[in-house]
Design a protein around this ligand. Structure first.
Ligand code: UT7
Length: 328
């Protein structure tokens, strides 16, 4: 990987106000708080109102960033929104956000790699800036998962929530933040986690529950706890650094049991891990930026820290990276 010339300089986040607790879900499906907490660690999640969409979450996350870091969006030259729940097939969420922020001279594109979206977005932004093509990129990870959740399916509706975060990635040759990365995809396992669009089949299998998320939880679980540890090893090897140099591990907030298993496999103390799932559930592409921002706001993440981010999920795809955190 060529030496990075990019750095994350600011962060913001947003979650909708409406809460959906495990006790609320007990009234919708045959489940209970104890089962959900024991199997996933999740206690509650946030849900958008019917007139709120991913572009609203994205826009509000950027407003939060602007308020806190006094950053102008006027010279942003690319808007990247990572999401699997776009408001429309077209226009892209990135174009909607570009318009809402009145950014005049920027490209706009959506990236859909489901729960690994945000780390893919950062990887692309680092590449675009390091290559010299762009200077200032907004990377947003946001999902309104409640729009595609089947609230009659107890195996999925207990997992997901809505929310997201935004970071600004800027040109910085002197203090670059992107140290190493690892990306991968096993598309042949795509039928373990899908949401149909125009297709009626996924590989040889007929689509069930059109328009809603369908998941083989056990398969995704098994894949995640074998793939992510290997990916982490690649990230650290690519950076030529041992894992004990990592200050914070910020994995996709899918399920606390998955995170614990990954930590055990790579010998990383769970105390060094930050996750947003307890109060926000699995927010797909929103989960890593939400966890990052919680870490910043709670005073855990400090400038100079080395952060290991790892996104994984639908695709099945994954992307991880080691970054040095230096806002401002
Ligand atoms: O971000 C995308 C990545 N996705 C993920 O990371 C999800 C990965 N998978 C998981 O997190 C877990 O597989 C789940 C949390 C989805 C399920 O946990 P599990 O421990 O794998 O449970 P299971 O599917 O093996 O089901 C065990 C039992 C079953 O009953 P029987 O067959 O043993 O009688 C299920 O019917 O638990 C039952 N069950 C439930 N019971 C109460 C499934 N969902 C529920 C529920 N409440 N909500």
């Amino acid at each position: 990987m060529p030496n990075s010339k990019a750095r994350i300089t600011a962060i913001g986040s947003y979650v909708p106000e409406r809460k959906l607790t495990n006790y609320d879900l007990e009234k919708l499906v045959d489940t209970n708080d104890e089962w959900i907490v024991q199997r996933t660690g999740i206690k509650e999640r946030r849900i958008v109102q019917s007139d709120e969409s991913t572009s609203d979450i994205s826009y509000k996350a950027v407003l939060n960033l602007m308020e806190r870091y006094n950053k102008s969006m006027d010279d942003v030259d690319m808007v990247i929104v990572c999401t699997m729940t776009p408001d429309f097939k077209t226009p892209s969420v990135a174009s909607l956000v570009q318009a809402k922020l009145d950014i005049k001279n920027a490209g706009a594109l959506d990236i859909n790699t489901a729960c690994s979206g945000f780390t893919y977005g950062l990887h692309v932004a680092n590449g675009l800036i390091t290559s010299g093509l762009h200077k200032k990129i907004l990377v947003i990870g946001a999902d309104a998962m409640s729009k595609i959740t089947d609230f009659e399916d107890r195996s999925t509706c207990i997992l997901f929530g809505d929310g997201g975060g935004a970071v600004l990635v800027e040109y910085d040759e002197k203090q670059p933040g992107f140290l190493s990365a690892n990306v991968g995809s096993e598309g042949e396992k795509g039928k373990s986690l899908y949401c149909s669009n125009l297709s009626h089949h996924i590989f040889e299998e007929e689509i069930i529950n059109t328009g809603k998320l369908v998941q083989n939880g056990r398969e995704v679980y098994k894949w995640a706890v074998t793939t992510v540890p290997k990916g982490i090893k690649s990230v650290m090897e690519n950076a030529s650094l041992p894992l004990n140099k990592v200050d914070w591990f910020i994995p996709h907030s899918a399920n606390l049991r998955i995170i614990e298993s990954i930590c055990e496999k790579v010998d990383l103390p769970i105390e060094k891990t930050l996750y947003s799932l307890v109060n926000y559930g699995n927010t797909s592409a929103g989960s890593i930026p939400l966890s990052l921002d919680m870490g910043v706001l709670e005073g855990n993440i400090k400038n100079g820290d080395k952060l290991l981010l790892y996104g994984f999920g639908g695709g099945l795809a994954h992307a991880g990276m080691l970054i040095e955190w230096n806002l401002g």
